[in-house]
Design a protein around this ligand. Structure first.
Ligand SMILES: [Zn+2]
Length: 438
């Protein structure tokens, strides 16, 4: 049985009622910021903004946006509570190395639990489910802890295996019989690979669903991307994509229809903005810009996330009428204007992932001598594949209408670029635009 408190009625109301509901919450949020946030008090003063006069969501355009740079440079001015009220400290990477600290109060942790509980419920979860957590719960991250708290609030079961170690993942599946995994999709492929090489009949396991985090599963038209298809070809799970970030403290999770992540009106106001911080129309890609609701420790107002996506306002077949966010097309600062087409690196990755003789790759973008963006793919393969260049370019033309330049190298050499010693994360995109002497 599904807990009706975790299926909020407001998500099924017409959009104008949702807007009225959010405007009431926005008013409370602005009062809270004006009373407690050093950063926003200064911002209101500097721009002569009377927060009491911001009544409507459409009035928000009168307030300057907040950037990741602001969070980094003025971190402490964003914290609205005293040290004694903070329970959990979380960090998230900043733009230039130094991380940003997020402070969570007791109530913020309850809010986070509620967010995940309604998100998992949206993704066809119930108290009868047992979740296997395949992501880390510590290391100052928010996500793993949020999932644990959310599953607990739902009254479902959870087993915290953490990331990596396919052997331990399979041992746990065999012992506990969980129904749902929470994992990064590319890790699910590793889990399948391990099962295949160790004679585990994974298709007959207890797992029927996967909540997929961190990487997109779908193309712009909601069909599965290469990663999503690779998983399903092997293991017929029901896949649910979820999009979230520490700054938002809120998730956009798909329902069973798989048509974008549902917005939770109690928790966040979402705008989609262009380069001039003006709202885009439905059908145009916009940068996700959020105003958190109900957060005590580190509330945000018009924070521009850097993620670009489409949004949809048609009511969903699941009965929810909240807007839905399409797959993240890419990071705003990674947008490439190539031969008159706007591209983001994930669209290039998806094509490269689909070419079996390319084992690894790096996408480089630079400014050519006429001052426009040029793309150079560094592709790794175990055998000489120069004669396949035309095939590869045809793949690109078929999907994107344009073809980048390609250079070939050994898998080892490409690996050295992907995994430099100075970086914790793999580097698949190198942006040399505006730099001289390439
Ligand atoms: Zn839905």
């Amino acid at each position: 049985m599904i807990n009706s408190n975790l299926n909020p009625e407001i998500e099924r109301r017409p959009l104008n009622e949702i807007r009225d509901f959010q405007e009431h919450k926005l008013h409370e949020h602005l009062e809270h910021l004006a009373a407690t946030s050093r950063f926003y008090r200064k911002l209101f003063e500097k721009h002569h903004i009377d927060p009491g006069k911001i009544r409507k969501i459409s009035d928000l355009v009168n307030i300057p946006i907040t950037t990741k740079n602001d969070l980094q440079e003025r971190n402490n001015d964003f914290i609205c509570v005293s040290r004694s009220e903070i329970i959990d400290y979380i960090t998230t990477s900043g733009t230039a190395g130094d991380p940003v600290t997020f402070a969570m109060t007791d109530k913020d942790l309850d809010r986070l639990a509620y967010n995940e509980a309604i998100s998992f419920t949206c993704a066809d979860g119930s108290p009868n489910d047992i979740y296997q957590l395949m992501t880390t719960i510590d290391r100052r991250f928010m996500a793993g802890m949020a999932y644990f708290l959310g599953v607990r609030m739902m009254g479902a079961g959870i087993v915290r295996v953490g990331n990596g170690i396919p052997e331990l993942q399979w041992d746990t599946i065999r012992r506990i019989n969980p129904t749902t995994i929470i994992a990064v999709p590319s890790f699910i492929l590793k889990v399948i690979e391990y099962a295949e090489s160790h004679g585990i009949d994974y298709r007959k396991s207890s797992i029927t669903k996967a909540v997929c985090i961190g990487e997109p599963l779908r193309n712009e038209d909601f069909t599965l991307n290469t990663l999503g298809r690779r998983i399903l070809e092997k293991w017929p799970l029901k896949l649910y994509s979820t999009y979230a970030s520490t700054e938002m403290g809120t998730s956009f999770t798909e329902c069973g229809q798989g048509l974008g992540g549902h917005h939770h009106p109690e928790l966040i106001i979402t705008e989609f903005l262009d380069d001039n911080d003006q709202p885009v129309n439905e059908g145009e890609p916009g940068e996700v810009t959020i105003t958190t609701l109900g957060i005590e420790g580190m509330p945000l107002l018009r924070f521009k996330t850097g993620d670009v996506c489409y949004h949809y306002s048609e009511p969903c077949k699941c009965g929810r009428s909240t807007i839905r966010l399409g797959p993240v097309l890419g990071r705003k600062n990674q947008m490439i204007k190539f031969k008159g087409t706007t591209l983001y690196p994930p669209a290039l990755y998806d094509i490269l992932d689909n070419i079996d003789f390319i084992k690894n790759y790096v996408v480089e973008v630079f400014t050519n001598d006429i001052g426009t963006d040029e793309i150079l793919i560094h592709a790794g393969s175990s055998k000489p594949i120069e004669d396949r260049e035309k095939d590869i370019k045809d793949h690109f033309r078929a999907k994107l209408r344009v073809a980048p330049m390609i250079t070939f190298d050994t898998i080892e050499n490409i690996h050295k670029i992907i995994m430099p010693e100075s970086s914790r994360k793999p580097v698949k995109f190198i942006d040399n635009r505006g730099k001289q002497d390439l």
